[in-house]
Design a protein around this ligand. Structure first.
Ligand SMILES: [Zn+2]
Length: 257
């Protein structure tokens, strides 16, 4: 039975490697999603600057056209003022002139505002473009790396599953089935090392009689608490601490002196 247990331990190593590889397969898409999220943020920050700049340019164009038509109105108004007869019509021309002047002043304010906006966005655009380029490159590099890791992990899992099947075929079918069942029940962690009388997975103190039996390797035994197949691992002898050098202590002065 000791031989079967030894094979179980080998099988467990393969299962552990599969668990590690599966972690890569689980974490890969998470890493990609996080990276994509960062890229999306940088992209939208860039797009905001670019869109703002486009809007400022369009607004300035609009103000420019508006100014032209105001100037035309102003010219027409001048022409009418020279032809105006009577106070009422002259007053009307003057009122209209005031309105045009007001609109021109507003146009000037708007033009200044959007020119400033345009200038600051123009200044910010190269940095935003640079950041976007960097983020795109970083994301592409990460995606290549993650995809390669996942491909390797997938292949590693296939190889190990094949090794497990081959090894299981060399074990008594009933014993093999116990390993398979325990692995299935515990997410691949079929075995529990027992050291110093304690299950290293669930920390249960194994009853002494059971512990003695376990050390005899006479049969397949499962932990009474976590139900994994137990295997005995001799406690590591504690690393001996180097003997402390006894230093001659300086005589302490007493408080009284
Ligand atoms: Zn246990």
């Amino acid at each position: 039975m000791q031989e079967v247990i030894a094979k179980f331990i080998e099988l467990q190593k393969l299962e552990d490697e599969i668990i590690e590889a599966q972690k890569v397969l689980t974490e890969g898409p998470e890493k990609l999603a996080a990276s994509q999220e960062r890229l999306d943020q940088v992209t939208s920050a860039h797009d905001e600057v670019a869109a703002g700049l486009k809007e400022a340019r369009a607004k300035l164009k609009e103000l420019e056209l508006d100014l032209l038509s105001l100037k035309e109105l102003m010219d027409g108004n001048h022409a009418r003022s020279t032809r105006a007869t009577g106070e009422r019509s002259y007053r009307a021309v003057l009122d209209e002139l005031e309105i045009i002047k007001k609109r021109m002043a507003e146009n000037e304010d708007g033009t200044l505002e959007f020119m400033e906006k345009q200038d600051s966005l123009k200044a910010a655009l190269p940095a935003a473009e640079e950041l976007l380029k960097e983020a795109q490159e970083t994301h592409a590099a990460l995606a290549r790396e993650v995809n390669a890791d996942m491909e390797r992990a997938g292949a590693a899992i296939d190889v190990r599953r094949a090794s497990i099947d081959a090894m299981l075929a060399t074990i008594d079918p009933a014993a093999a089935e116990r390993f398979v069942a325990s692995a299935r029940a515990h997410g691949g962690r079929a075995m529990a090392a027992v050291t110093g009388g304690t299950c290293q997975v669930c920390r249960l103190r194994i009853p002494p009689q059971l512990y003695n039996e376990l050390q005899s390797h006479s049969k397949i035994m499962t932990c009474p608490s976590c139900a994994r197949i137990m295997h005995f691992v001799a406690p590591q002898p504690k690393a001996e601490e180097p003997p402390k050098e006894k230093k001659a202590r300086k005589p302490r002065r007493s408080a009284e002196g």
